[in-house]
Every structure is written in structure tokens, then in C-alpha cells.
Design a protein around this ligand. Structure first.
Ligand SMILES: [Zn+2]
Length: 304
């Protein structure tokens, strides 16, 4: 059985799997500045990317993410890295593949939003959007990824287009949307409710649905409880380490590994199958999640 089939079987078997933790906030600790292109590090500073991927593998993540969140032509052009889509995504996938093979892990390609909206709300046509995701995903597939995580999506239309591009390349696809808590419940920044998002996620081409970023694990439990009855797809949750506070002009995420790990059983009970971390989480968070996931998997017995 090939790696990609093996991953599909693991998902179908219902076992709790762990994704890794934050990329953006961890790269900032290593010197990534606002306005820098994170994906350029796959080519210019591959040792840093390899080291962080290895730290997540050693912490116990089953799925290692690629450093390719903003690796689409729209975002790379905005950062003046025009024409680098193939090079950055292929290099990012190859680094994760190398570490995953050494540690017996799977690789999930990070695919974030383009920063554009589809017309009539924005300037991009559906076709331009599809071609941008397709170009990125082809490079990621060539680099050897096992699955795709379409993540941090706010607009269901963009999410649908990205998931379709992954499906057309026969890659297992997670799609997650980002909600912020507000006076009228959880909404994406384009105003989409959890119920509307869950419906779009259920109908789209993705194999699994869920939520990432925007808020902490306690909020995510509420989001998963709302989503669970609205889709039969497996759910993925990647929570931030709480809501950020501004300290000396910098965003600081305060939720400690033990605090987040203690909430994991409730998140799983609410219906999540794959859990990882977003902004502010670290290899230490993944390590704490590993212990809880192992205990929960053991309770479910060897067949799960
Ligand atoms: Zn995040």
C-alpha cells in the first residue's frame, strides 16, 4: 500500500491523529519579519525549516505540515517573489517529505488563502483562483505530499475552489475555516456563520472539514459541537494558543501546553478526529497533545 492510501485508511479507521503546531509564529522567533516571505525560507534557509519540522516529528505529530501556507501566485507576487510558486512549494514539500520518511510520518501540504476575493466581491475570477491553487498543488504533489490542508479560509467560495483543485489532483484534502468569536456568535471575517461554513464544507470536494486559527481550543469545542451534526466528514481542529495579547507591540499567545491538552478530551468527544495547533503553539504543545491522544486511542482499543 502506498503512503497516500495508507493515510486514507488511517483516517477511515477513526484513530485520533495529530497534526503539528504553528509555523508563522515559530518562524518569527527565528527572525522572520513582517513583510518577509516565509516560503522563501524553503530555498534560502532550508536548515531552519528542516529543524522545525523535525521538532514537530519528535514531539509526536503524525502529520507534518509544509511551510507553504502563502505559496500561491497572488501572495508571492504581493511579496515580490513573482514566479517562485513551483520552486518554493516543491522545496517545502521535499523538506517535509525527507523528515517524514526519517520518522515514519505523513506530510500534509499547507495551502492558505490567496488574499483575493472571487468576483463580484473581489477582482479574481473563479478560473484565476483555480489556476493559482492548481499551480501550487501540482508543485506540492511533485514534492511528495500525502494530503492537503486548505486552511484559514474565510470565504466558502475560495475554499471550494481550492478543495476542488486538490481533488482533481487526487490528493486527500482537509478544508478548514477560521472563525472569530463576536456578539452574534462565531463568524469568519467575511461574516459567514459556523452553520453556513459547515454546509459549504460538507458539500465541497474536500474529504475532511474543520476549523483552524482565529481562536483558542475552548472556543473550538463550541464550533465543533455546531459543525458535527451538519457534516459526516471527519473534523480537523487546529487551535491557536488562546487569543493574543499585545505585549511591547508584539502579539503574544498565552495558552500553555498543559492547559490546551487538558481540553483535548472534550474536543474529541465533540467530534474532532485530527488535532493540531495554529498560531502560538509549539512542539511542546504537540508533545502534550501526544500523551492525551495516545491515552484516548488506547481506550478505544486496537481496532480504532
Ligand atoms: Zn493561526
Amino acid at each position: 500500500m502506498g503512503r497516500r492510501e495508507e493515510f486514507r485508511e488511517a483516517m477511515a479507521g477513526g484513530r485520533i491523529l495529530l497534526a503539528d503546531g504553528a509555523w508563522g509564529t515559530e518562524l518569527q522567533k527565528l527572525g522572520l519579519d513582517t513583510g518577509d516571505c516565509p516560503e522563501a525560507w524553503n530555498v534560502d534557509r532550508p536548515d531552519e525549516i528542516r529543524k522545525l519540522t523535525r521538532a514537530y516529528a519528535e514531539a509526536g505529530a503524525d502529520l507534518l505540515m509544509t511551510n507553504t501556507f502563502g505559496g500561491n501566485r497572488f501572495r508571492l507576487r504581493a511579496l515580490e517573489h513573482h514566479g517562485k510558486v513551483a520552486a518554493y512549494n516543491r522545496a517545502g514539500a521535499a523538506i517535509a517529505r525527507e523528515v517524514a520518511d526519517a520518522h515514519g510520518k505523513w506530510v500534509a501540504a499547507s495551502v492558505g488563502p490567496t488574499g483575493e476575493l472571487i468576483e463580484p466581491r473581489g477582482l479574481a475570477s473563479r478560473r484565476q483562483m483555480y489556476e493559482a491553487f492548481r499551480e501550487q498543488l501540482e508543485a506540492l504533489k511533485a514534492g511528495g505530499v500525502d494530503a492537503v490542508m486548505v486552511e484559514t479560509m474565510s470565504d466558502p467560495e475560495e475554499m471550494r475552489v481550492a478543495a476542488q483543485a486538490a481533488k482533481d489532483l487526487e490528493l486527500y484534502c482537509f478544508a478548514t475555516m477560521t472563525f472569530n468569536p463576536g456578539p452574534d456568535g462565531y463568524r469568519t471575517y467575511t461574516g459567514v456563520t459556523v452553520a453556513e461554513a459547515a454546509q459549504a464544507l460538507n458539500e465541497c470536494a474536500a474529504d475532511a472539514a474543520g476549523t483552524n486559527c482565529g481562536t483558542g481550543l475552548a472556543d473550538m469545542i463550541h464550533v465543533v459541537r455546531q459543525m458535527r451534526p451538519l457534516t459526516r466528514k471527519p473534523l480537523l481542529v487546529q487551535a491557536n494558543a488562546g487569543l493574543p495579547q499585545t505585549v511591547n507591540g508584539k502579539l503574544v499567545y498565552g495558552d500553555k501546553p498543559a492547559h490546551m491538552a487538558a481540553l483535548l478530551p472534550d474536543l474529541i468527544a465533540a467530534g474532532a478526529q485530527v488535532v493540531g495547533g495554529c498560531c502560538g503553539t509549539t512542539p511542546e504543545h504537540v508533545k502534550a497533545f501526544r500523551a492525551v491522544a495516545d491515552a484516548l486511542n488506547a481506550q478505544r482499543g486496537p481496532s480504532a
